[in-house]
Design a protein around this ligand. Structure first.
Ligand code: CMP
Length: 137
């Protein structure tokens, strides 16, 4: 069993579709081991996305991620990182496969409804950014 980290981003929480996204997560067989709704400050978003700080979209990304609440989830499934990336679909919704969350719900490459870890190592880092050990069941 392995874990990954997911976020439901401000665009999706604002549109009140977080329940639909969580339903898809559960229907796909993920076990949610931690979940909370939080408002990131700009500094929080800059820290979370520090690996992207040299990218041209860093300012846009961190302002977007701190404009309204997000839902953070830690979830478990065999090969969880790859399984969640498959269910999310491509970063750019124009390239996302039918049936994926981003194909159905993302507005643009920036406001793309959900985030997912890209490796087991980053999943552990991202889960511990949001959850301490007793918040994970
Ligand atoms: P995420 O999986 O959260 O990781 C980094 C995020 O940067 C990505 O999803 C996108 O939301 C965002 N991103 C990537 N490329 C661009 C881009 N060209 N313009 C704006 N945002 C982007």
């Amino acid at each position: 069993m392995s874990r990954t980290f997911a976020m439901i981003k401000p665009d999706a929480v604002e549109r009140a579709i977080s329940g639909k996204i969580i339903a898809k997560i559960e229907e796909a067989g993920f076990n949610i081991v931690a979940m909370k709704k939080v408002q990131l400050s700009l500094a929080d978003a800059q820290a979370f996305y520090a690996v992207h700080k040299e990218r041209p979209f860093f300012g846009e990304l961190t302002e977007f991620m701190s404009r309204s609440p997000i839902i953070a989830l830690a979830m478990e499934k065999p090969d969880a990182v790859a399984a969640w990336r498959k269910l999310m679909g491509a970063t750019n919704p124009a390239e996302a496969e039918p049936g994926t969350i981003r194909k159905e719900f993302a507005l643009s490459i920036g406001e793309n409804a959900v985030h997912g870890s890209d490796s087991d190592e980053n999943a552990a880092i991202e889960i511990s950014f949001f959850f301490n050990h007793f918040e994970q069941v």
